[in-house]
Design a protein around this ligand. Structure first.
Ligand code: ACM
Length: 260
């Protein structure tokens, strides 16, 4: 399958423009699955909850409708981050395809001031079956908890889609380890640009990447330019957890020796 990561440069609060900019990048590159950044339609650096409420959408909102039209026209799947308006506000990611919504993930590990605006996710880490493989979802800062990627691997995910808005420099290299230790693919789609909102100033690090189960960086974008890259991957490679005659990385875990 052809797997694409889309690195955008959202303008804070300009939902329609941000969706349009992502669609233009996607138009330029055929793929079976596109991964977009966290909160790609809204921007990230909120100062007050009213700003979140203004851009938050239900899972079937306008952003979903615009991306669904693309998925139907191109017969493809799209994973993207958005602020979800439900019983609470969640920092969510949707996976959609030609038939509509495949599934939702609500970010479990909120980063920094996200804690002021969003409720932590309450549905665990989901894995969805697509025609070309099993797709697990996590969002940005979830990377720093190895339990997130491990849970997805134990649940059978072959590929982790990882919408992100990275500000710390560590994740792109850390994802190599997440992939190696779980023998799994990951597609981290990050944003670029800066959001200076008074005393809250954030620079995003780009460096979106696709990593293989052996920790090979199959594609990596730069730190400051929007772009898209696609790689042909065989997701079944992620089913091989045995690294030698004696070690299967999942079966050989020793949960009775671990702390909760
Ligand atoms: C982050 O979780 N957006 C850093």
């Amino acid at each position: 399958m052809q797997l694409a990561i889309v690195q955008t440069s959202p303008v804070f609060g300009k939902v329609q423009e941000n969706v349009q900019a992502a669609l233009e990048l996607m138009e330029s590159m055929p793929a079976d699955l596109y991964v977009l950044p966290e909160l790609f339609n809204a921007g990230y650096n909120f100062i007050e909850i009213l700003e979140v409420e203004r851009v938050a959408e239900q899972a079937d909102g306008l952003t979903f409708q615009a991306l669904l039209a693309f998925a139907q026209k191109r017969i493809c799947y799209i994973a993207y981050g958005f602020a979800e308006k439900a019983d609470h506000l969640y920092n969510s990611a949707a996976l959609i395809g030609p038939s509509g919504l495949v599934g939702l993930y609500r970010k479990v590990h909120l980063f920094d001031r996200e804690n002021l605006f969003f409720q932590p996710g309450n549905h665990g880490f989901p894995v969805f079956n697509l025609p070309f493989g099993r797709i697990g979802m996590m969002i940005c800062f979830d990377w720093i908890y190895p339990e997130a990627a491990r849970t997805l691997a134990i649940k059978g995910a072959q590929l982790i889609v990882h919408p992100s808005n990275l500000v710390l420099p560590y994740c792109p290299d850390a994802m190599v380890t997440r992939c190696l230790e779980n023998r799994i693919f990951a597609a981290t789609a990050d944003r670029v640009g800066r959001e200076n909102r008074g005393s809250f100033d954030l620079q995003f690090i780009g460096t979106s990447e696709i990593v293989s189960p052996s920790g090979e960086i199959l594609a990596r974008l730069d730190k400051d330019t929007p772009g898209i890259v696609a790689v042909n991957v065989d997701l079944q490679q992620a089913d091989k957890k045995r690294i030698n005659h004696y070690n299967d990385l999942i079966i050989d875990r020793k949960p009775d020796q671990y702390s909760r």
